[in-house]
Design a protein around this ligand. Structure first.
Ligand code: MG
Length: 378
């Protein structure tokens, strides 16, 4: 069904400690979650209502998406919604959803349920039953109970026909502004239907709500692998897994030739589909000549964080006859754990020989392979 939407993102968020709609949730600005959900569901246009002076933040947060534009909001939520409804272009019977950006975890199912109800009703809203018993109190003094019967928790998006909700707003005569559009439509005599809401569609109100919402984001585990090899040459020490080991040879390479960290960096990049180490630090660039491989690894970890993800564990295997790795293994694990900000038991460094076979066995070079497990928003 063709529909348009008003996304209300004009709040100053005093209770959440700042304008929460632009804060990151799972690596993505809060308002962007809803905009993406509405566009994915087929919204032909989304008018995003923002507060004064928030244009730059909106551009930063929503950039790269199509079929949206901003309009300035008003002092109260109802003023902002009306500004959005006025800005929408469409026929009188165009279905329109009004959604609060502070409810980021908007599922396609909820959108579909509201749109379906609007086909036969003047308005629709998602709502949840109240599970806890309700009490009335004055400060901390209990004064009575509230009958839970027939009481529901209202959510958004709320759906209407564009012309009808505009007329309903124009007809609002009460002194107090309405709490939502469903109330406006009902006051105008409209038939407003409730459909099943979604507990994940919680409204981010207090700072601690972000912690709960983070936990509600669907996540997936991704695995990446990496491999690297470098040739032995004349030298007095070798860098392996971020630790310098005295040795009668060194590994030859453009950077510090730390094959352990290179394989691990590639494993992390592989887990998040970000190419390989050469894409990010081209060996043709003189900037990386002799560079410590620490920064390659930290860069890969930063990319994981930027996607709202976290590294779960890593496992590196060094393949060589010499030097003996075991005496340095604990230092290597500690170094990688520090670079990736991981607990020690999430970092494994192992070593093996190839029983004198192949290029590692003949002492021509050292090889390394690595696995990384990463958790990111789905
Ligand atoms: Mg390398």
């Amino acid at each position: 069904m063709s529909f348009a939407a008003v996304l209300v993102a004009a709040g100053t968020g005093t209770r959440a400690g700042g304008a929460k709609q632009w804060r990151l949730l799972g690596g993505k600005p809060v308002a962007r979650w809803s905009l993406e959900a509405l566009l994915r569901a087929g919204a032909q246009e989304v008018v995003v209502v923002i507060g004064q002076g928030q244009e730059a933040e909106a551009d930063r947060a929503l950039g790269g998406l199509r079929n949206w534009r901003v309009v300035g909001g008003g002092a109260a939520r109802a003023d902002s919604v009306q500004a959005g409804l006025t800005a929408l272009v469409g026929p009188d019977d165009l279905p329109v959803l009004v959604h609060d950006a502070a409810r980021p975890l908007l599922s396609p199912d909820v959108i579909a349920r509201v749109l379906e109800a609007v086909e036969t009703a003047d308005g629709a809203l998602p709502a949840l039953p109240v599970a806890d018993s309700l009490r009335r109190a004055s400060r901390d003094r209990l004064e009575g109970s509230v009958d839970r019967d027939g009481v529901w928790r209202a959510q958004t998006p709320q759906g209407f026909r564009l012309g009808a909700i505009r007329r309903a707003y124009a007809a609002w005569r009460q002194d107090e502004p309405p709490t939502d559009e469903a109330e406006v439509m009902r006051a105008a005599g409209g038939d407003v239907r409730m459909v099943a809401g979604d507990p994940r569609l919680m409204k981010l109100t207090y700072p601690e709500d972000f912690t709960l919402a983070e936990a509600l984001i669907p996540r997936r585990i991704r695995v990446g692998s990496g491999f690297d090899a470098h040739r032995w040459g004349p030298g007095g020490s070798v860098w392996l897994c971020g630790v310098e080991i005295p040795h009668d040879q060194t590994l030859i390479g453009h950077s510090d030739a730390d094959a352990g960290l290179h394989a691990l960096t590639d494993a992390i990049l592989g887990a998040i589909g970000e190419g390989d180490i050469g894409d990010h630090f081209p060996p043709t660039d003189p900037k990386w000549k002799g560079a410590s491989s620490d920064r390659f690894l930290v860069h890969a970890a930063d990319l994981v964080r930027a996607k709202g993800g976290r590294i779960v564990n890593v496992d590196v295997t060094l393949i060589c006859e010499r030097p003996k790795v075991k005496p340095h293994r604990q230092a290597m694990r500690e170094r990688i754990a520090a670079l990736l900000d991981l607990p020690l038991d999430a970092v494994s460094v192992k070593a093996t020989t190839t029983e004198a076979m192949g290029f590692t066995g003949r002492g021509e070079g050292l090889a390394s392979q690595a696995l990384a497990t990463v958790e990111t928003p789905a």
